[in-house]
Design a protein around this ligand. Structure first.
Ligand code: ADP
Ligand code: MG
Length: 260
């Protein structure tokens, strides 16, 4: 989480040597006739935790997916740590390594053990040696509180545990940015907090995060900033306290009226 008063922090205003960790400039995207992202302009300083809110279909998932180039954009420019997103090829694999993503569905490899799931990408993409990849994977599993499950298979774990593995797997690539797209939406209520707690600790450690979530407690506790989207546009961009206590737009008022 960033502290706005800390002018010496990397990425703080005035530090011209440090580019924003994520920047989108005039980004537009269509799915056929559907204009799904409309002129998105966004700069996320390093260490900032951005909560993305908005009604279903407003473009939240598409926004996340464009940032690690799972979806190409029509026009505009996206940079991660100052580097424009490459179109294809090897640059793309490196970019995906820099931008970790955690989805609603955990997407673990069912036929691999938990520790193998976490070791895989570093070995394939970063060419990390097996022993080193295993040691690092165990460290990360410990960090998300499931080192004791390392040799089990995904189906033997609860949803909350699987989602924590998915977070560890993304962290194994030492990403600069973590994108979370409704990471707790598929979980039984009693498992939501164990995942949010891991995300809060990541935020405290200074990870730059973009989090699509309906967990308003988390948004207030961990968020530095709220982006409210509607119809492919960023309608409000403010701090959580202001957003929740004094939303400006009718769309946001309507949205909050339905979820709070
Ligand atoms: P959100 O995550 O806010 O619910 P999405 O980004 O998933 O919204 O979707 C925004 C709009 O784009 C929706 O109308 C959705 O149906 C449409 N959409 C999303 N993905 C695709 C796709 N691959 N092809 C066509 N339309 C899509
Ligand atoms: Mg979505």
């Amino acid at each position: 989480m960033t502290d706005a008063t800390d002018a010496d922090a990397p990425g703080a205003a005035g530090d011209t040597a440090t580019p924003p960790m994520i920047s989108l400039r005039a980004v537009d995207k269509h799915f056929g006739a559907l204009h799904v992202l409309r002129d998105i302009n966004l700069e996320v300083p390093r260490g900032q935790v951005v909560i993305v809110l908005g009604p279903s279909g407003s473009g939240k998932s598409t926004l996340c997916r464009t940032i690690n180039r799972l979806e190409p954009i029509d026009t505009g420019e996206i940079r991660v740590d100052g580097v424009p997103l490459p179109a294809e090829g090897r640059g793309l694999a490196a970019l995906r390594a820099d931008v970790g993503m955690v989805f609603q569905s955990f997407n673990l490899f069912a036929h691999k053990t938990i520790v193998e799931n976490v070791m895989l990408a570093p070995m394939k993409v970063r060419k990390t040696k097996k022993d080193e990849a295993r040691a690092r994977a165990m460290e990360l599993l410990k960090r998300v509180g499931i080192a004791d499950q390392a040799d089990k298979y995904p189906a033997q774990l609860s949803g909350g545990q699987q989602q924590r593995v998915a977070i560890a797997r993304a962290l194994a690539m030492s990403p600069k940015v973590m994108l979370f797209d409704e990471p707790t939406s598929a979980l039984d209520p009693e498992m939501v907090n164990e995942v949010l707690d891991v995300m809060v600790s990541l935020a405290k450690e200074g990870m730059t995060m973009l989090v699509v979530t309906h967990e308003m407690g988390f948004a207030r506790r961990a968020g530095d900033r709220v982006l409210f989207m509607a119809d492919g546009q960023v309608v409000e961009d403010t701090d959580p306290e202001t957003f929740f206590s004094a939303p400006e737009s009718d769309r946001a008022k309507d949205f909050l009226g339905k979820i709070l």
